[in-house]
Design a protein around this ligand. Structure first.
Ligand code: NAD
Length: 394
């Protein structure tokens, strides 16, 4: 059984400049799929230019491009620039709206509700958190319901954003706007989607530790990445449309056929169900049971809890206890076959450092998909591709 954090998706694996014989999208023949490592600055410029082509103004294009690049830097290619083709298609369908102004409802006590009106979630979520966090000085806590948002992408970004202000935070996101893709425990068909949770403690303005997980065994985007690279999924992640285990990512990636499994059997499945209820039934208008299925739609609703540790104790004492526990976990003897005990958030810190130095590996299929979408917005794909700079290897 594949476990979250196993070495199948470890930094060591994801950093390797990938060169493998693999099948193409249609599963025919064999092609050479060689990822190229690009500088993070050029990835941001590339993404920003594509987003400007989609109609985002300079600020929104920058916010989204920086979010996607950082997701790539942290090793979460599932939520990096490979999302751009879907965003472009959603803009064409009218389900994702550039430069949207969210409705910031006046808070009710510590509770804020923000309607993103299908704007780009990366920017909408930051504006909504800014609005909610205005309540913290008075109440020492803020609860946020962000509704009807475009894809907010890597949820850990929002824990980092709150930690930079010195706040503890928990964020739960449900995923609607398309048919569910995760099978509840005991079911052979899907009942909710990848419903992520992120939480972090603030230490010196950084999120430490930072847990950021889908409640499915893997995020959907990892199925897309495996399909683009012509790789098999690890065991235990996917079932086919007959409810039988499969490692082939293509039917799910290309046609949403089959289902992802919830992580941790009934426990992860139960968490996914409660993320749906808190983000969808409580903080928003719809769960996946009632939301219409949009063409190529992904709508996120986010329920956030933001806590000022000063309400409990001197924040320095909270940070010290956090670090004492962090070090205690680090001091545990590694299991057989494990070099080092990592805390949640460490793989992302290590990946950022490594990829800043070595570049971000992107496979040619992902670049092709982005350029194909960019052409739909009359962007010059040759000029666009020339923005990508290969990282010199040190
Ligand atoms: P994952 O399985 O790689 O788990 C990531 C988490 O596990 C991180 O907190 C990481 O620090 C920790 N981790 C990984 N290896 C570890 C190890 N060896 N020891 C200790 N901790 C370890 O990620 P995932 O569940 O596939 O999710 C990937 C991303 O997808 C997340 O950023 C999530 O927010 C995002 N996501 C977004 C949406 C959306 O709709 N916006 C939906 C689903 C997932």
């Amino acid at each position: 059984m594949f476990q979250k954090g196993s070495d199948r998706f470890s930094i060591a694996n994801s950093e390797r400049v990938h060169c493998a014989l693999c099948k193409n999208q249609a599963g025919q023949g064999a092609i050479l799929n060689t990822s190229v490592n690009y500088t993070s600055t050029s990835i941001t410029n590339f993404a920003k230019t594509v987003l400007t082509g989609f109609g985002c103004d300079d600020n929104e294009a920058r916010v989204v491009a920086e979010h996607l690049t950082d997701a790539n830097l942290t090793g979460h290619d599932s939520h990096g620039i490979g999302m751009l083709p879907l965003y472009g298609e959603q803009v064409i369908d009218g389900n994702l709206i550039p430069n949207q102004q969210p409705v910031l409802n006046p808070p009710a006590g510590a509770i804020s509700v923000v309607d993103a009106k299908r704007g780009f979630g990366h920017r909408m979520a930051l504006l909504a958190l800014d609005h909610a966090m205005n309540s913290v000085p008075e109440h020492k806590v803020a609860l946020l319901g962000l509704r009807n948002s475009g894809h907010v992408s890597r949820v850990g970004t929002y824990s980092e954003y709150c930690a930079a202000r010195g706040y503890v935070s928990i964020h739960m996101v449900n995923v609607v706007g398309h048919a569910p893709i995760v099978a509840p425990y005991g079911a052979r068909e899907s009942g909710f989607s990848t419903n992520p949770i992120s939480m972090a403690m603030p230490v010196d303005g950084k999120a430490k530790p930072l847990l950021d997980i889908a409640t499915s065994t893997v995020a959907f985007g990892k199925v897309r990445v495996a399909s683009n690279k012509g790789e098999q999924m690890p065991p235990g992640c996917l079932v086919n449309s007959d409810g039988l285990e499969t490692r082939d990512p293509d039917p799910m990636a290309n046609h949403r056929e089959g289902a992802l499994s919830a992580f941790g059997a009934h426990k992860g499945s139960g968490l996914g169900i409660f993320v749906e209820l808190l983000a969808g039934a409580l903080a928003s208008d719809d769960t996946v049971a009632t939301m219409e299925h949009l063409p190529r739609g992904v709508i996120n609703n986010m329920f956030s809890i933001i806590i000022d540790p000063a309400a409990f104790d001197d924040p320095d004492n909270v940070a010290r206890r956090t670090l004492d526990f962090y070090d205690f976990i680090k001091s545990r003897s590694p299991a057989v076959g494990t070099d080092e005990v990592l805390l949640p958030g460490e793989p992302e810190i290590n990946s950022r450092q490594f990829r800043q130095a070595q570049g971000i590996p992107v496979d040619p299929e992902t670049i092709r998909q982005i350029l194909d979408t960019a052409r739909l917005f009359s962007l010059d794909s040759t000029a666009l591709e020339s923005l990508l700079e290969v990282q010199a290897q040190r």
